[in-house]
Design a protein around this ligand. Sequence first.
Ligand code: F6P
Length: 328
Amino acid sequence: MTKRIKRIGVMTSGGDAPGMNAAIRAVVRACAYYRVECVGFMMGFQGMIDGDYIELNARSVRNIINLGGTFLKSARSKEFLTKEGREKAAANMHEANIDAMILIGGDGTFRGGQIFSAEHNIPVIGVPGTIDNDIFGTHYTIGYDTALNTVIDAVDKIRDTASSHNRLFFVEVMGRDAGFIALNSGIGAGAEEILIPEENLGLDRLLNSLERSRRSGKTSSIVIVSEGDKIGKNVFELAAYVKENLPYYDAKVTVLGHIQRGGSPTCFDRVLASRLCVKAVELALDGQHDIMVGMLNNEVQSIELEKALQSKPTINKDLLRISDILSV
Ligand code: F6P
């Protein structure tokens, strides 16, 4: 018989993402609704190791749905990678009477959670929160939509100055090893070319495309480059290479960086966080564990953590074709 769940822990881990606060709020409020206790661990796995937690009630999460970042803070704990670190965390979980943990983060968080649950028999449920959108088993991760909107807002501004000065801009966006942010923001911002790790189009093609756009009468252009792009040059080397081969281009570089991780979450991310986290609590109460909740075709679904970690979501290659057509 599964143990009755009376006290649930929640934490945020890995790179923060807009909507994590909305997610914590939803966990805490769902716990209050179902009359179970809720505890928030600070700094992700590190707080579990250090026994650093706070009791949360429905009012502890007032006025945070609109805030970027995570009030429980986040970290990538090195200590949790060790068996000793996880043992300390498990001892603290028992002492704090935690019956199940809800982990909000990306694949690193889920990997840690999976090992922890296997070693110490503490039920964990994952909620995908990362701007990268690189988690299998969900079409959207919390924070991705906000990051996309941040990128297109920034690129719209870059477009103004690119156009005034007849310049070519290379804009680097985040995504570690995944091109989702680059691909979708590239289409949304009307980029000339989009370079992503999943599809190495090669330097020749880039030069040809830029040459063609110059001949077709374009006076300024924007190339979106994913940070994990595999073209063999970083964004600065890429701009230098283009300048060298196409000297008529005045090429500039902007690295958007961590601006993409901040800001007030979009309505989409708030709703996503709310739906995923209510379900996460309900599944925990139902005695389920070692699963991740995800949004597939606008339905909240769950998938075994192991399965979610075995695969990577694929990009929609048709978007590259759309981008090609529209940058004619
Ligand atoms: O995983 C989210 C992410 O923002 C990636 O896009 C990026 O590569 C990485 O985190 C940056 O991590 P950090 O903030 O630790 O430098």
